[in-house]
Ligand binder design. Structure first.
Ligand SMILES: CC(C)(COP(=O)(O)OP(=O)(O)OC[C@H]1O[C@@H](n2cnc3c(N)ncnc32)[C@H](O)[C@@H]1OP(=O)(O)O)[C@@H](O)C(=O)NCCC(=O)NCCS
Length: 292
């Protein structure tokens, strides 16, 4: 089988590209690309496609972002179908994707498959972060009616500043979650999945003390998309109550029968909280960086 690496010509291959990504999602059971990499698909300088004739057979996508320090950082993902997941091809797709990264910009790669893990390791890259996908059947049975243990109310447009502030208090300088600003929040509010009722806010003394932001996916699964508690209010059961309130909303209002979330495995407080609620790990997404 021969393959040609071609520069991405969006108008000409937009449809086969979409078809390829959808097929991979249905085979693997998870989106072929993260939201961040999906967002670069219309930028030819950030996408590499391997074609066989008119068919897309593999893809690499690079996201370059500015850090608060004013420097750039890149992250990439590759999509390779199951029959092509042999070492030589995985290595080639990685190499062609790395070639898209501007010279001198530090980069990492994200991997959800063993054959890509191995390709990245062959390049001397090492795991620097591991995100766990944890899942739970809904509704979550609770001994007490914990969902009513704290009052929550839904988000509205007048809460934009309060949500940014409580998100920053909860996540601090977290590399992605901590950076939520008005621009990013208003962009998210324009997304088709955005549901203001699915953001639950808990207040204490008239100020937001914690929030649970939920998201319903096209396959019907309900995600706790983001949850945070102000450090001044931690350790009092708020995180647990907000997580339960989020899944209760997804189950009762959105009829989800399965819930999930993503958590950094280094975040011991959150992992033990989710385990105590009944979630367990079903997959991992690992970030690799060049060693040394
Ligand atoms: C994770 C977070 C939401 C927990 O909120 P919280 O209100 O402090 O949590 P709770 O008081 O409800 O604790 C519930 C359980 O979590 C676990 N937990 C909470 N804090 C913990 C800590 N510092 N160390 C270990 N376990 C901890 C415990 O299992 C606890 O159960 P217990 O009370 O029986 O011991 C909060 O620490 C936070 O906002 N962190 C920053 C944002 C974040 O990491 N969000 C999750 C991203 S996926």
């Amino acid at each position: 089988m021969t393959s040609d690496c071609k520069p991405y010509r969006c108008r000409m291959i937009a449809r086969p590209l979409r078809q390829f990504l959808d097929e991979q999602e249905s085979v693997d059971g998870y989106p072929a690309l993260s939201e961040a990499k999906e967002a670069v698909l219309d930028d030819p300088s950030r996408v590499m496609v391997v074609m066989e004739g008119e068919e897309v057979v593999a893809l690499g996508a690079v996201k370059v972002r500015d850090t608060p320090g004013g420097t750039e950082r890149a992250a990439f993902e590759t999509v390779v179908p199951r029959p092509m997941r042999f070492a030589e091809f995985e290595d080639r797709v990685v190499a062609e994707t790395v070639a898209l990264i501007p010279n001198g910009v530090p980069y990492t790669a994200w991997s959800r498959r063993l054959s890509l893990d191995a390709a990245l390791e062959r390049r001397g890259m090492v795991v620097v972060r591991s995100l766990a996908e944890m899942a739970v059947p809904l509704p979550i049975p609770t001994d007490l009616d914990e969902r009513d243990s704290i009052p929550v109310r839904s988000f509205s447009e007048r809460d934009i500043d309060a949500l940014i502030q409580i998100n920053h208090a909860a996540f601090g300088d977290h590399p992605e979650a901590g950076l939520l600003d008005r621009t990013e929040l208003t962009e998210l509010m324009d997304e088709s999945w955005f549901d203001p009722d699915g953001i639950l806010l808990h207040e204490s003394g008239g100020e937001a003390a914690g929030f649970c932001w939920t998201k319903v996916h096209p396959n019907g699964e309900g995600e706790v998309y983001r949850i945070g508690v102000d450090p001044a209010h931690r350790g009092k059961g708020l995180g647990r109550a907000l997580t339960l309130a989020g899944y209760d909303y997804l189950s009762r209002e959105k009829r989800c029968t399965s819930g999930f979330l993503w958590v950094d495995e280094a975040n011991g407080a959150a992992v033990s909280m989710y385990e105590s609620i009944g979630l367990s790990i079903r997959s991992r997404n690992r970030e690799f960086a060049p060693s040394g």
